[in-house]
Design a binder for this molecule. Sequence first.
Ligand code: FAD
Length: 505
Amino acid sequence: MQGPIRDILIVGGGTAGWLSASIIAAHHKTEDGSGPRVTLVESSDVPTVGVGEGTWPTMRQTLRRIGLKEHDVFRTCHAAFKQGGKFAGWQHGKDDFYYHPFTVPLGYGKIDLAPYVDDVAEFATASNWQQHVCEAGLAPRSLGEREYEAQCNYAYHVDAGALADLLKHHCRDNLGVTHVVDTVTGVELSDDGSIRAVKLEQRDELAADLFIDCTGFASVLLGKTLDVPFLSADKYLFNDSALAVHVPYPTDDAPIACHTVATAQNAGWIWDIGLTHRRGVGHVYASEYLSDDEAAANLRAYIGPAAKDLEFRKIGFRSGHRAEYWCKNCVAVGMSGGFVEPLEATAIMLIEIAARYVAEQLPASSDIMPITARRFNEQMDYRWRRIIDFLKLHYALTERPEPYWQAHADPKGMPESLREDLALWSHRGPIRSDFESAAELFPAASYQCVAYGMGFRPDFRQQSHLLRDGDQASRIIERNRQLTQQMLQQLPSHREYINRWLAAA
Ligand code: FAD
């Protein structure tokens, strides 16, 4: 295969498919339509996974870049703000909780405040006001501020189906994407083993220069056709099942949480995501330790009386990723390339990153595709390793007694890289230079919030140089106290802000 990449075929119309189409088409939009042609084919017989409602702050930039107004996203996707995650019961399973807020600590990049905080378990609140804003149920910005901007870093909670629908209309109406509804029944390969065309159930084949596999767990192109192996991560991350449900609010004006709540259970955890019209709640668990009935009982107990008439939807999954994500002329984006439990909403973030990478490479000549593919694969491998380590960190430091949690805390079940990190961090905690790869996903501050929130205590005294900027640290910690008070006084309640903003928009 030679020549420039002109035709791109995206197979799959879930969040991965429509986000990829939007990102690539928006990146190459020209007045004369001279950019690559983007077509998306999706089956009406294969449903989307229908979950995936928590995002990462990268989504703000993505929505803005593809040309969507933020208030349209809120209105059509029943969206709400997400300012981080609250992890309840992960350390002891009693009343313990900690936050992983999206705003980085005050003074981040200039000074590491952790060694100066009296009790490093309080790191998140001593260095950052956002946990208090979340506990108070406030919006990240006030009415005077413009859309996509805020005093507190934020992402979104969105209705997954509504987001895919909004992106679909935007792609078709504004970005020139061709939409085909049909099922891929087979694949035609070229002599060099790359994909020439996909065969469809109801019409002629569709040929393209580059194929983007967004077929979810089915991985129709990369997994089934090109036979790229799946590398399991289940020895580190034990969960393989989820029960999902939509929970109505008791009243129209009920408060909306402005963060995801992840509440630990005896063999898994429950997510709780607040949208404007309902909550999305679900139990992620390990079938080796918990039966479906026990998980359903956990979920009912968590939801309370409102669970009475609700039916739960079971979703099975395998944790892991493919050995390659870009093979020949096929790139897997979304769950076709890999999936791990949604503890930090990394899946949609990876979709954004992967689609953007593809967009930025086009319309390169296809003979340089092996170079692009190799670099992409190296970066994605690194990211998957980091994600697995970071998710495992949430479990590794637990003191919960149940067998599931004890198995997680067993160093023999941790990736070697995480064991090494924990050994280094025992003297000085996570620091920025641990996370300086261009492919990094989470800043050191994220690892600090999780590790310290879970009770990790480095012995900072062994590193006296970490303690020599006491005056500066005190000033920043005091400034954070003042800012916290200011935010608590100035920011409006989450639901009130959304209602008033949308009414005025
Ligand atoms: P899917 O939604 O499964 O879409 C697959 C598409 O491929 C469909 O349109 C289907 O019709 C099409 N298709 C399949 N086979 C064919 C065929 N033969 N021919 C034509 N079309 C075909 N991610 C987050 O970032 N945050 C979260 O909070 C989060 N929560 C999650 C909770 C759970 C329980 C699970 C399982 C996942 C969660 N995720 C989350 C992941 C997130 O849902 C997915 O990454 C996201 O929805 C993208 O899915 P997808 O588009 O890859 O696959």
